[in-house]
Ligand binder design. Structure first.
Ligand SMILES: Cc1cc2nc3c(=O)[nH]c(=O)nc-3n(C[C@H](O)[C@H](O)[C@H](O)COP(=O)(O)OP(=O)(O)OC[C@H]3O[C@@H](n4cnc5c(N)ncnc54)[C@H](O)[C@@H]3O)c2cc1C
Length: 315
């Protein structure tokens, strides 16, 4: 699809500033690396998202490459950028509604997970505390079945609303958690299927006790994980083991490619130092994968999503 035509068609129907060209993906991701996204639509309500879906349907096949960007905390986008449409949710999609009486929390997909955790805790609802340590969005958590501290999104999710940009959906429809095919860092959602909202179940509890658990998780994260530019765990844990342990045991802490380095604090976190490129990180991912494979015979699979790379040697 011709991206100029797409950008013009979207800009003609959406408020000024919603559609942008050549947006540096470094502004949209925690790695703060990578080239431009050719067209970005920053949509703030269901109607605007419906306009994007209708426009894609009008312009016809083939659709452009699509990338929904949440907090960009699990993405590594190539230095040459992303030659397609990036969709970023804002506005209405950032609302949080805590209903202690119904033990339910509803949140827009753009809500940062730490905000969700703290709002639920302050409202006296327990069970969502683990989200405070994950710097993604509600939509990203559903898409990735994010988890930590012994819990996963699928355990606390009741349902999510999804709009399929490639099916021309006018409005999002609700899907029960059982229909989302959630498993370890996986969902059945495809590119173009945008999570717009989610409803979580929680358990009434004393707000002070909830806040104490939130604080404990924050303390644990600060003690065990590095700050700086990274996207959390690079590899999935193989069954019965930990990717960080395998990388550490292979002696790879501190391994460097250009400005990308395996963290000394947590071996499954790869830091981007000032001046690093996305290519440095991608090559470090491939190097660590090959060395762990060579040392143990275990082929680590990335949890990090690499976008826009065309080098077949990369994972
Ligand atoms: C310091 C640090 C610690 C982390 N710790 C953890 C952890 O403990 N556990 C864990 O699971 N992850 C962890 N992560 C990884 C990351 O935060 C999660 O994968 C998170 O769920 C990604 O959310 P996001 O909004 O940033 O998604 P993005 O990185 O923006 O996108 C990830 C994927 O989700 C899709 N997506 C995003 N929003 C939507 C939406 N609204 N609808 C449909 N698809 C969407 C994207 O298209 C992409 O495929 C960590 C990351 C960092 C930087």
């Amino acid at each position: 699809m011709n991206l100029d035509r797409l950008a013009d068609a979207l800009a003609a129907q959406l408020p000024t500033g919603v559609v942008q060209r050549d947006v540096p993906v470094s502004d949209l991701t925690t790695y703060r690396l990578g080239g431009p996204v050719a067209v970005v639509a920053r949509v703030s309500d269901d109607a605007a998202l419906g306009v994007v879906a209708a426009t894609l349907a009008q312009l016809g096949a083939p659709p452009p490459p699509l990338l929904v960007v949440g907090r960009g905390s699990n993405l590594l986008v190539a230095d040459r950028g992303f030659p397609g449409l990036g969709v970023v949710l804002a506005g209405d999609f950032e609302s949080v509604d805590v209903e202690p009486g119904r033990s339910r929390v509803r949140a827009g997909a753009a809500t940062p997970l730490p905000v969700l955790a703290r709002r639920a805790a302050a409202g006296g609802l327990a069970g969502l505390e683990f989200f405070v340590g994950i710097p993604g969005s509600v939509g990203g958590a559903v898409r990735m079945n994010a988890g930590g501290h012994g819990r996963e999104t699928r355990e606390v999710l009741h349902r999510a609303w999804v709009l399929d940009l490639l099916a021309g959906d006018a409005t999002p429809s609700a899907r029960d958690v059982a229909d989302l095919d959630l498993s370890y860092r996986h969902s059945g959602l495809r590119a173009g299927q945008v999570v717009t909202r989610a409803e979580f179940h929680a358990t009434p509890d004393d707000p002070t006790a909830c806040a104490a658990r939130v604080d404990e998780i924050v303390r644990w994260r600060r003690e065990h994980q590095p700050g700086g530019s990274n996207a959390g765990s690079v590899f999935r844990n193989p069954t019965g083991d930990s990717a960080g342990r395998l990388i550490d045991a292979a002696g790879l802490k501190g391994l460097r490619v250009g400005g990308a380095v395996v963290s000394e604090k947590h071996a499954n976190f790869f830091q981007a130092e000032p001046g690093a490129s996305a290519d440095d990180v991608a090559r470090l991912v491939a190097e660590v994968q090959a060395r762990v494979d060579g040392a143990t015979g275990i082929h680590l699979v990335p949890e990090l999503e690499l976008v826009g790379f065309d080098d077949p040697r990369l994972p």
